[in-house]
Design a protein around this ligand. Sequence first.
Ligand SMILES: [Zn+2]
Length: 143
Amino acid sequence: MLMRLGRWLRAAGYDTGLAINGENDRDLFQRARHENRRLLTRDHKLQEYRHADGTVILLRGNALDEQVHELGQRLDIDWLYRPLSRCLVCNTPLNNDAPDDIPIPDDIDRNSLQHCPGCGRVYWEGSHSRRMRRHLEAWQQNT
Ligand SMILES: [Zn+2]
């Protein structure tokens, strides 16, 4: 349920794991502990596990903006930490090694390409990334 928030944390540059399809609560919790991560959830049952304190962060908001606000009260989030430096899909840090033959729109500067060595996706600066940056900037100013 917090997938959107998770993708935005990736957009801000944070190393963010997401729940895997079909992963049960216990496995998710164990994985978070094992990987030394905070577990953001709206599921209050997760708070009842042993050692949940310090790992589980329970958010109540339904809307993304509410969740961003709540999270800001619990953790010191810098929404401009490393904007758009990670793959939104697989979380791998991006590099500048996009293959030369990758097809991109004509008006995109090839030097702006960022490449995900994890899944092969290519990102570039355009209207979508500019919109994302504006979101991150707004959150940073308001939290
Ligand atoms: Zn990727």
